[in-house]
Design a protein around this ligand. Sequence first.
Ligand SMILES: Cc1ncc(COP(=O)(O)O)c(C=O)c1O
Length: 369
Amino acid sequence: MITVFGSKVGKEEIANVSAVLESQWMGFGKKVTEFEEGFAKRLGLQNFAMVDSGSNALFLAVTLLKLPPNSEVIVPAFTWVSCAQAILMAGHTPVFCDVELDTLNVSRATIEPCITKNTGAIMVVHFAGKPVDMDPILELGLPVIEDAAHAVDSTYKGKPCGGIGDVGIYSFDAVKNLTTGEGGGIATRNKELIDRAKILRYCGIGKSGFEAAAATASQKNRWWEYNITEPFIKMLPTNIAAAIGLAQLEKIDDLQAWRKKIWDIYQTEFRDVSWIITPPDPEEYEKHSYFTYVIRVPNRDKLARYLFDAGIYTTLRYHPLHMNALYKSKAVLKNSEILNEDSLSIPLHPNLTLEQVSLIVDTIKKFEK
Ligand SMILES: Cc1ncc(COP(=O)(O)O)c(C=O)c1O
């Protein structure tokens, strides 16, 4: 079966992980700091902290904003569940907004109808790595959380996605453009917020491991005592994950080039197929990350089944959140509901061969709607 998502690791990741295992220091440590510095440098972020998942980074991001309890946070319906779960877990209410049918992103036009006096923040998602049009949204004057889980290589008007709003998050899970197995991170231009994030990620203590304790020991007795500043859970990343990430950072340009090559083949091959709606290419002021390639087709379910039977796995990203009973939403979001019926992510990842890409293209073109 050809998989729909995927990452690619090789001997460099294996060597880095082996070195960490041999060092006998597998948990949080120096490799994490090294990865944080490398990632921040690569993207041009002022402050960046790694955590153990993108989902937890979202929870941390919402917490960092210190919104009044039960604030409304506007979030796209067409996104991963962690976005809404993070808002709820932080004691707030997700308010689902629609996305644009072409970009699959929120816009000022889809956000504005959801703003009330209780709106505390806006969460945007750079879907598939296509940057959200940030400027008109920032002009609304509300705190903005950027979910850049798909967008490690994306820029908007020269700025790194995830580093434009008040807080941004990244995911390094097993199928993301840059993987650490599981992992995530948080970025903010506000030094105080990143300092707080680093405290919160370790149960609100803010120091971790032998080295931190040893550093304190030279200054005072009872170095094992600590101040817990806020109630929070643990979301520390490991040296093992960071070591994988360090190897991925070295090869991210090649990984991205391969994703773009496949994306371009799909664009060329499908653009003139009358029954397929292809995604928009990036604007000249944008850089895309090509996380997933989404087509819109009539008879989507039949196409998915036909491709599955031909050994090609596809999926819908994402079942709209406002349609999930848990959230008790009464929203009617036309575009998200259309996408729920006609959109399909087809395989795009760095392990795909050009032969597989040709097979995917040919098989789709032969589909009898
Ligand atoms: C848009 C989006 N946000 C957040 C996440 C959560 O990231 P993680 O899997 O690292 O928890 C994902 C994961 O798929 C995602 O797609």
